[in-house]
Design a protein around this ligand. Structure first.
Ligand SMILES: [Zn+2]
Length: 224
């Protein structure tokens, strides 16, 4: 689903379960450091549901509402539950296997699905995944009294942000967001183990210019 469809699904789910709106409103808009904001929580929900088909997500909400599926315990578990039900539905409906192909053809820019936005790791997360940080953490002296530098995956290292896609759909976000640059940024949606590993490899390559120099020379780009 696209981000617009996600908003629509969220509204539909809140129609089935009205107390969800209250829970969302209760999440802080501008929280103190270390506490996730409403926007961050919702963007995590979207990340979990991004590759779920919109219609199947709505059907999943209906099944929770009408009791065909058991409601998860706690709002935090809703995205995972919707995802699981939607997958089940996809498997049980042979014609729905064609959905992704049709959806693909409908986007001018497959990378952002015409939403104009690309989610990338924030600089703090990139620093936490750099070889230098791993070395610092390794060499840390516990008797020094200083906190050990955190490496990616540890608390307060998992942050992502939205950038504008280089395609025309990204134009409306360009004034307030950086434009996605595949040389300097790495896309991420789930911040899970696999994506953390990707980031570690991305940072290792970035900090070893000799490994990429040949390629960059060939393309005429300057290494930064
Ligand atoms: Zn795009």
């Amino acid at each position: 689903m696209t981000e617009t469809e996600f908003s629509e699904w969220l509204k539909h789910h809140a129609t089935c379960f009205p107390s969800l709106s209250k829970w969302i409103e209760g999440l802080p808009a501008e929280p103190p450091a270390g506490v996730p904001s409403r926007r961050e929580v919702m963007s995590q929900w979207f990340a979990t549901l991004r590759d779920v088909d919109f219609e199947l997500a709505k059907a999943a909400s209906n099944m929770l509402h009408n009791g065909e599926e058991e409601e998860p315990y706690g709002w935090d578990r809703v995205p995972a539950k919707i995802r699981t039900i939607a997958r089940k539905l996809r498997r049980s409906r042979p014609d729905s296997a064609r959905l992704p192909v049709e959806a693909k053809a409908a986007y001018a820019c497959e990378a952002c699905r015409d939403e104009g936005r690309r989610s990338v790791w924030r600089p703090e997360a990139m620093a936490a995944a750099s070889p230098q940080r791993f070395a610092e953490a390794e060499l840390h002296d516990p008797t020094s009294g200083d906190p050990r530098p955190r490496v990616i995956g540890e608390p307060f290292t998992l942050y992502r942000m939205s950038t504008a896609c280089p395609c025309p759909a990204g134009d409306r976000f360009r004034r307030n967001s950086a434009t996605f640059d595949p040389g300097r940024m790495l896309e991420c949606w789930h911040m899970d183990r696999a994506e953390q590993q990707e980031l570690i490899e991305f940072m290792a390559k970035r900090e070893r210019p000799e490994a990429t120099a040949g390629h960059l020379e060939a393309s005429g780009a300057e290494f930064q």
